[in-house]
Ligand binder design. Structure first.
Ligand SMILES: [Zn+2]
Length: 681
């Protein structure tokens, strides 16, 4: 489990899964709009996504190793090549200082690529920890082992991490959050449809196979797998659903240690906190109290032997990719083939670049921006964001559904919103992390221990406002409601998102909408619940809140009606925050673009396309993508973002200028009557 997923952050695109391989040599040149990417045989009013992307989709089939393949993946491929070239360069150097980013990256990658050693070790590296688990006697021993595993990148039962106090956002407190399951979310344990039942069956078989790989006979392996499945199902039943998790007030519940012990008496929190080195705890946010009540009940009745089996599974599962091919392949089969429909694994070097990126994120990021991020990109972004702020400010001013009183506060929140572009002002000091060129798994544990310890050390301290939630080499962007800030890592400031050689319409339609999207997150159904200082506090008049809900309900219905596959539809409630942000982004970036034209008005068409057409096509093209049906179905359940084609087709149908730019009339399938269109911000 990646701890980052539980930190409040609204990202531009989903973080689940990663996709990285390059199929064939595709020229990485983007000068605005490539006409061959369009399919002009498609009627824009029937399917604008296909009109804007049909040519590209036809000419760029999805490689086997991908679950999804589009603009984000192409940039990830470029990233991989760049990081690899950095590693190759530093590998030629001999006199690298121990603890320097160069030494760490070089040796980490070297150990990761040493497959003959990794292969010859089999599961040898985890044997000592498995032996420790075998020797445990009591539930208190289990709790201590859980704490130890937390420093090895494994989070059985639940997750503990530091984060901003949502009602006192200048301070960092401890958080307890539901977790401990091996399937991506709780509904996979509780749903009873055919797809879920198949996944449950495959998961059980997968766990059993992994137990066999550490020497269990078939019968014992199956018995152990059933024990694990029972415990995880129990944890899942006590968990919040994805919908419940979207309510920040429901996940804010302040406890102290005494209250934890009183309400969840059978789980030994005092021992646990002491074992993770967090002793003087005054304020703990319990994300999901009912989950911890259920956990306490589980500890009251579970056999220690069963809890130990569950811990063994957590060790195997969290280390599967650190071990020999047999473990890696079984892990890939279950998590990629069964879940996402991908049959072929990426080559090892690409997987290990991804590992280097996730374990040594900032050291890699530092070298990455030195080599690949042009300083002028930052200045241009600051200017663009300024223009978007002006446009959103005017839009708030002109809203017909919001009172003057709430408008003042909304504008204050917008003006206070902080901006981070490119890379952090100060880099995390990784120099104490020991990276050895021969020990892959120990390197991973050292990185996990370092970042976990650093995370816990922040508890009880003031917030470090210089911190970033994504590395510079991440192709994404985010809004943090508790920081009230928008963040754009270096890697998204490239074509097709941001292209210094392209015309303004193209840039506003791409990075402009990304900026507007992130700004709007401060005012979506979740973000609006935080004030300008990042505190969860209601600054809305009741009437304005009602108006907002009525406005956003239009979007819920539009997306609920958006058909994906056969009888499958987008979940309009789950994706509401993202859809509000897309809607806002499209309106605000467009308004900023018109303002930038000033009195001269729109420029002459380029390649026969008007400014409006270029803006809309540019937006549609950032969402070009192939996606496997299994991945699509999976994402409809797990992802708070709508699929790419819905982000385009449902997005543009609310824009009056889309109708005029492409001559869309009530005869076209994607037509929405003007009075039924959504505009929130
Ligand atoms: Zn978003």
């Amino acid at each position: 489990m990646n701890l980052k997923i539980v930190v409040p952050m609204m990202a531009f695109a989903a973080i689940l899964g990663s996709c990285k391989e390059k199929p064939k040599e595709e020229p990485m040149k983007f000068t605005g709009i490539e006409l061959s990417n369009l399919d002009t045989n498609i009627n824009p009013g029937t399917n604008f996504f296909m009109y804007a992307n049909g040519g590209w989709l036809k000419n760029n089939p999805m490689p086997e190793e991908y679950s999804r393949y589009g603009a984000f993946e192409l940039l990830n491929i470029k990233n991989e090549e760049e990081v690899k070239s950095i590693i190759e360069e530093i590998s030629k150097k001999n006199d690298l200082k121990t603890g320097s980013p160069e030494q760490q990256i070089r040796d980490y990658y070297k150990a990761a690529m040493d497959t003959s050693r990794i292969e010859s070790m089999g599961y040898e590296p985890i044997k000592p920890i498995l032996a420790e688990i075998a020797a445990l006697k009591t539930t208190t021993d289990v709790v201590k082992m859980q704490a130890k595993l937390n420093f090895m990148g494994s989070y059985p039962f639940f997750a503990t991490f530091s984060g901003q106090d949502e009602k006192n956002s200048s301070m960092v407190i401890a958080n307890l959050y539901q977790g401990g399951i091996g399937l991506p979310e709780r509904d996979y344990y509780t749903n009873t449809d055919e797809r879920t039942k198949t996944i449950q069956k495959e998961y059980l078989a997968h766990i059993a196979k992994m137990f066999q790989l550490i020497g269990n006979d078939e019968k014992t392996a199956l018995k152990n797998a059933k024990t694990v499945m029972d415990i995880e199902t129990n944890l899942a039943k006590g968990s919040f659903t994805n919908m419940e998790l979207r309510d920040p007030n429901a996940t804010y519940n302040i406890y102290d240690l005494a209250k934890l012990q009183k309400e969840f008496p059978k789980f030994d929190f005092a021992t646990y906190f002491s074992a993770i080195g967090v002793d003087s705890l005054r304020t703990i946010n319990v994300g999901q109290p009912k989950f911890f009540a259920n956990l306490s009940a589980l500890f009251a009745k579970a056999k220690v032997e069963d809890l130990k089996t569950y811990l063994v599974w957590n060790v195997i599962n969290s280390n599967a990719e650190n071990l020999s091919t047999a473990f890696e392949k079984q892990n890939f089969y279950f998590y990629s083939t069964v879940f996402s429909g991908v049959d072929k694994m990426k080559p090892r070097w690409k997987r290990m670049i991804a590992f280097t990126n996730s374990n040594l994120g900032e050291p890699v990021g530092k070298l990455y921006v030195e080599k690949y991020f042009p300083a002028e990109s930052k200045d241009r972004m600051v200017k663009l964001v300024g223009n978007l702020k002006i446009a959103l400010n005017e839009s708030i001013e002109n809203l017909d559904w919001m009172s003057a009183e709430t408008k003042v506060k909304a504008k204050e929140k917008l003006q206070t919103m902080n901006l981070k572009v490119g890379y952090p002002n100060k880099w995390e000091d990784y120099s104490s992390v020991v990276i050895d060129s021969t020990n892959f798994i120990q390197n991973n544990w050292n990185c996990s221990a370092f970042s976990y310890k650093k995370n816990l050390e922040e508890i009880g301290k003031p917030v470090d406002r210089e911190k970033w939630g994504m590395t510079p080499q991440t192709v994404n962007a985010y809004y943090s409601p508790t920081m009230n800030e928008i963040v754009f890592p270096a890697a998204i400031l490239q074509p097709p998102f941001f292209d210094p050689t392209a015309d303004d319409a193209v840039n506003y339609g791409a990075i402009g909408v990304v900026i507007g999207h992130e700004m709007t997150h401060g005012f979506d159904d979740q973000g609006r619940l935080y004030d300008k200082n990042g505190n969860l506090s209601d600054w809305w008049t009741p009437a304005d809140a009602e108006n907002f809900k009525a406005k956003t309900q239009i979007l819920v219905e539009q997306y609920n009606n958006y058909k994906i596959l056969d009888s499958l539809h987008v979940n309009g409630e789950l994706t509401l925050g993202e859809n509000i942000a897309d809607n806002g982004g499209l309106f605000i970036a467009y308004a900023a673009l018109q303002k930038s034209y000033g009195e001269k008005g729109q420029p002459a068409p380029i390649d026969g396309l008007t400014s409006d057409q270029r803006y809309l096509i540019s937006y549609a093209q950032i969402w070009r993508q192939h996606i496997r049906p299994k991945t699509l179905i999976r994402r409809l359940q797990e992802d708070v973002h709508s699929p790419g084609d819905a982000r385009v087709n449902a997005g543009v149908a609310n824009l009056s200028w889309w109708y005029t730019a492409f001559n869309v009339t009530e005869k076209d399938p994607n037509f929405i009557a003007p009075e039924k269109r959504a505009k929130i911000w």
